[in-house]
Design a binder for this molecule. Structure first.
Ligand SMILES: [Zn+2]
Length: 415
């Protein structure tokens, strides 16, 4: 008999998801988000693993690079390989053999940005697949069903990402629709959250004796007790375009519906950066201080430090991985485009201050050669470095906050 490789990973059934702030420095917060598959130190940067893979990086290597949580995209996984396949193989954790926390988005943003012939109605969105043109329908209920089946630790309400620019009337209508969809998302989630694929797979006693990512406190377990099962957490999303009054209203009304965490959506959609910052700042004012705040889809290394300083706890972006595949590398000395001929004879490491395995081992000349020769290894090594740089940047941010300092991005001259 062939042994199954899709296995459930131990999760902590005892501790429901909680968020604790340990220190603050100015507006910045240093905290811990406890999820079923592990504890996430915040502020956190979440690498994007669109199709249940951070492109080019095997999971054991990813564990070494060290993200505590990764993001996967519901829209892409729904189209390929299909939610039912992932669910039957243990959810994303079992399917991709990743023991740490995962977050999935709702699919709304990809429907907005990737698919053709999108038609939005009250009931939901009809769209055509960017892969083969086939017709599909997403709504709050089907997005929740898909995200419960995928089994991420944190899942997102189904929203409409308002395009930019949009006039006042359109922005309000879109925000109102997102609010109605948020309420429907929560209702479906509450009725179906017990269907998550990992919830009943690992008996609690077994977990308690395992090396779970979270320390189990045996004092809380009475003999024979079955502790409450851990659950996915559904986060709400604040929309409202670039209109600060609508952002306030969206925040207040999303909080009324009630979620354990709140995301700021609808940014990085082509607006100038100063406007992104203004909207983030204005929205943060209206979000509860004791809940995690997630800014979706940002940013550069400088920006993630800036947003952490403003009080954002979670961020995700394709930039470090996508840029790596195009030979754009982030270093302590600034950006390097490794394709340039000037690196052809350069024996120096990519970033002399970076402890990653690429900078410890290979020269710029070698990395430039791999890229110029279109070798697969170029993408792998570049991605390892860029992810390491982003995660190190966030570690530095957390250290600064722990010391009571407002995090800031060091300029090249200060490094
Ligand atoms: Zn490096």
């Amino acid at each position: 008999m062939v042994e199954s490789l899709s296995r459930p990973f131990p999760y902590n059934p005892q501790v429901p998801c909680t968020f604790q702030i340990q220190t603050t420095a100015g507006s910045a917060r240093r905290g811990q988000l406890i999820a079923p598959h592990g504890t996430i130190e915040t502020p956190v940067f979440m690498p994007v693993g669109t199709l249940a893979t951070v492109k080019g990086i095997p999971q054991d290597l990813l564990e070494e690079i060290g993200p505590e949580i990764i993001l996967s995209n519901t829209y892409h996984l729904y189209l390929r390989p299909g939610v039912e396949t992932v669910r039957r193989l243990g959810g994303l954790h079992g399917f991709m053999s990743w023991p740490r926390p995962v977050l999935t988005d709702s699919g709304g943003f990809q429907v907005f940005s990737l698919s053709d012939l999108r038609k939005v109605r009250e009931e939901g969105v009809t769209f055509r697949s960017h892969l083969d043109g086939s017709s599909h329908f997403f709504n709050p209920e089907s997005s929740m069903e898909a995200q419960i089946g995928l089994g991420a630790d944190i899942i997102m309400a189904f929203d409409e990402c308002t395009e930019h620019p949009a006039d006042a009337r359109r922005t309000r209508e879109s925000m109102e629709l997102t609010l109605r969809w948020a309420a429907r998302s929560k209702k479906y989630f509450e009725e179906h959250k017990h269907e998550v694929p990992w919830r009943h797979e690992v008996p609690w006693k077994e977990v308690a004796s395992n090396q779970s990512p979270i320390a189990i406190n045996p004092g809380l377990l009475a003999a024979g007790d079955r502790p409450p099962a851990a659950e996915q957490q559904l986060f709400g999303i604040v929309q409202g375009g670039m209109d600060l009054a609508l952002r306030k209203e969206s925040a207040e009304r999303t909080i009324e519906i009630g979620f354990p965490g709140y995301a700021i959506g609808g940014l990085s959609v082509g607006e100038p950066r100063h406007l992104t910052r203004e909207v983030v700042e204005a929205t943060l004012e209206h979000l509860p201080a004791d809940k995690p705040r997630y800014l979706m889809g940002v940013g550069t290394p400088e920006e993630i430090v800036e947003y952490a300083a403003m009080g954002i706890d979670m961020m995700d972006c394709v930039l470090p991985t996508r840029a790596a595949r195009h030979g754009l590398l982030f270093t302590s000395e600034g950006r390097i485009s490794i394709k340039q001929a000037r690196y052809a004879q350069d024996e120096a490491p990519l970033d002399p201050k970076c402890p990653c395995r690429v900078c410890q081992r290979y020269s710029r000349a070698y990395l430039r050669h791999l890229y110029a020769a279109n070798e697969v290894l170029a993408q792998v090594l570049n991605t390892i470095h860029n992810l390491s740089f982003y995660l190190d940047t966030m570690r530095t941010v957390r250290q600064a906050i722990s010391l009571g300092d407002t995090p800031r991005f060091p300029h090249a001259a200060e490094r």
